[in-house]
Write a protein that binds this ligand. Structure first.
Ligand code: M6R
Length: 608
């Protein structure tokens, strides 16, 4: 889950490499580096920390190389120091790597015995030495890479630059994404379309196991078996990849505020607004009537979207749903029933565990539906049915608009399946769609009251531990709220089903620990209020998110109140996500944290 780039240009490429890395920084920002070929000599500049540290170093050097590679790192093996920063190099080549080389220790031992000297603690350096060894045995660059790749275990995308080859980059992909772009000023390799958007007019994606041999004049793809193959070249629309904060201080703030628009756009894609019905923009690869079970696998926030959807799919479509985090699901060896549907959910479409779950389910005969934000991603391409979320590029590492768009897609899907299975009537569908279409407007209302919520966020920022509780669909939102607060502010937080408090966590309650009660107006509201009373009776520090009517019913002393309108909708939880996100955002901003790039995280997790 690092970002990699390579450029074969006709002018000095260092500044373009940095620009591409800036667009890839969401994939990791522990260190950054680049290598260019200066008069037949590999020159590397690397820096620990964020990209601006590399830029500061580059300001002091004049690089004229017209070919180069770059990397932004999310550390897996070895601390995020300058020494461990990519590119890694030998006397023959430099390489950038995204992924994990699982057998790096044995390769390191073998190569050390042959006289190679390792400078870093990384797994990636073994790749540089392995290919170098093949070259020392007489192989040319392409043959050396081809000989080395089968020896690597794990997931990777790689780009190689050779010190004797001013017109050659070699890329390879197994498990981690890699794309090639063609532009007026050269040929480009990069982790994703976002990195290549400013430079390339067309793009092609490497398939699993592919290698690419790129010169300025020719780009040749080989598949996993070494056969020369064609990969579809498609237009890349630069305008759709603008990375811009607009008038906002952070990408995250911008993305939170975009939600009414992108949720509206997503709903418009899935609904016939004139008819007040759901109109799925794809053919289903299965018959909903005979569907035996739905299995959902996803990670992090996408998993919480799936957990919310379980309530909707069970209630509205009367489907049995099994759900797990993808990192567990992929190894559970779960028996999957005939005629079952597996739904994988992912913003990036590249999350390694989610992708592995998709492949497991596919091998076991499941229909695969991917709910994905990046249309060109691997999960999007490997799903039988692609349900796109139209959230647009999400740059903030903490997921916000992708989450609410995932919920919007799930809501439409649950209604559509309910109808197709004969569980919901036409009138039910009209009522539910009517409720759903009020969501973007209600989200905009919630955003209008942002200022009122800031003091509550500052109160939370002073705590060292926070509990989020909710029932029904507010329970997954409680988990999501705790995740948002943890990842942005580094305050310990946990989400609980409110009914579970009395089974243990209630022992934690004192007046120092905020308990955030999520109380949307549904059938569980009364019960949630009873659980709130239990906390109040123990002197808890309660922050209540709900309507004025619910607050009155709660009749408890509150430390904070975030008021939302009385929402008569089965999908009110989508609106409730807004204050939950804003609380975490403002708490972190108040604490001076880096909300767009929290420590230790990366946007796209392509390692398991
Ligand atoms: O790209 P994906 O949706 O597959 O990513 C899944 C998680 O890594 C992601 O949601 C993560 O938990 C975010 N940091 C949450 O804000």
């Amino acid at each position: 889950m690092c970002g990699i780039v390579g450029i074969l240009g006709r002018q000095p490429v260092a500044s373009s490499i940095v620009e591409a890395l800036r667009r890839l920084e969401y994939r990791g920002y522990d260190s950054a580096g680049l290598a260019t070929l200066e008069d037949g000599r590999l020159t590397r500049v690397r820096a620990s920390g964020k990209l601006h540290n590399l830029e500061e170093k580059l300001a002091a050097v004049r690089l004229t190389g017209e070919i180069g590679i770059g990397h932004t790192r999310w550390a897996t093996h070895g601390r995020p120091t300058e020494i461990n920063a990519h590119p890694h190099a030998s006397d023959k080549l430099a390489v950038v790597h995204n992924g994990i080389i699982e057998n790096f220790r044995e390769l390191r031992e073998e190569l050390t015995a042959k006289g190679h000297v390792f400078a870093t603690q990384t797994d990636s350096e073994a790749v540089a030495h392995l290919v170098t060894e093949a070259m020392r045995q007489g192989a040319g660059p392409a043959a050396a890479v081809a000989a080395a790749l089968p020896r690597l275990r794990g997931a990777f995308a790689l780009v190689f630059l050779f010190n004797a080859e001013p017109d050659l980059l070699i890329g390879a992909r197994r498990g981690s994404p890699l794309a090639v772009g063609w532009g007026a000023a050269g040929v480009y390799l990069g982790s994703d379309a976002l990195a290549l958007a400013p430079f390339a007019h067309t793009i092609a994606y490497l398939e699993e196991g592919d290698q690419v041999i790129a010169t300025r004049a020719h780009v040749v793809f080989h598949d996993a078996a070494g056969r020369e193959v064609e990969r579809r070249r498609q237009p890349l629309l630069a305008g759709s990849f603008l990375v811009d904060k607009g008038n906002f201080r952070h990408f995250m703030a911008k993305e939170i505020h975009e939600q009414p628009e992108v949720v509206g756009r997503t709903l418009a894609h899935y609904l016939d607004l004139a008819a007040g019905t759901v109109r799925l923009p794809f053919e289903l690869s299965f018959d909903p009537k005979t569907l035996s079970r739905v299995t959902i696998a996803a990670c992090g926030t996408a998993y919480y979207a799936g957990l919310t959807a379980r309530y909707w799919l069970e209630r509205l479509a009367r489907l049995a749903v099994d759900i797990d985090v993808a990192s567990e699901f992929r190894y559970r060896e779960a028996p999957l029933p005939e005629n079952g549907l597996t739904i994988v959910v992912s913003q990036s479409g590249e999350t390694a565990d989610t992708l592995a779950s998709l492949r497991y389910a596919k091998q076991h005969g499941q229909h695969i539906l991917g709910i994905v934000n990046v249309e060109t991603s691997t999960i999007a391409r490997e799903s039988d049915t692609l349900a796109l979320t139209l959230a647009g590029p999400e740059i903030g590492v903490a997921s916000t608009k992708a989450f609410t768009c995932q919920l919007a897609v799930f809501a439409c899907l649950a209604i559509a399946l309910g109808r197709a299975r004969g569980v919901l009537s036409e009138a039910d569908e009209k009522r539910l769609v009517g409720e759903l279409v009020t969501t973007p407007g209600l989200m905009a209302d919630a955003l209008n009251h942002e200022a009122r919520l800031e003091p509550v966020a500052h109160d939370i920022a002073r705590a060292s531990s926070v509990l989020y509780v909710g029932r029904g669909v507010a329970y997954p939102l409680a988990l999501e709220g705790a995740l948002k607060l943890k990842e942005l502010s580094y305050i310990h937080a946990e989400g609980y089903a409110a009914g579970e408090l009395k089974h243990g966590p209630i022992a934690l309650i004192d007046d120092n620990m905020p308990v955030i009660v999520l109380a949307p107006p549904d059938a569980t509201l009364e019960k949630t209020i009873s659980n709130l009373q239990e906390v109040a009776a123990r002197g808890g520090h309660i922050i209540f998110i709900g309507s004025a009517r619910a607050r009155e019913a709660a009749a408890a002393e509150l430390a904070g109140f975030v008021e939302l309108p009385d929402i008569a909708s089965a999908f009110a939880v989508i609106v409730y996500a807004v204050p939950v996100q804003l609380l975490a955002y403002h708490a972190a901003v108040f604490m001076g944290k880096d909300v767009d790039q929290p420590r230790n995280l990366a946007k796209s997790v392509t390692v398991e």
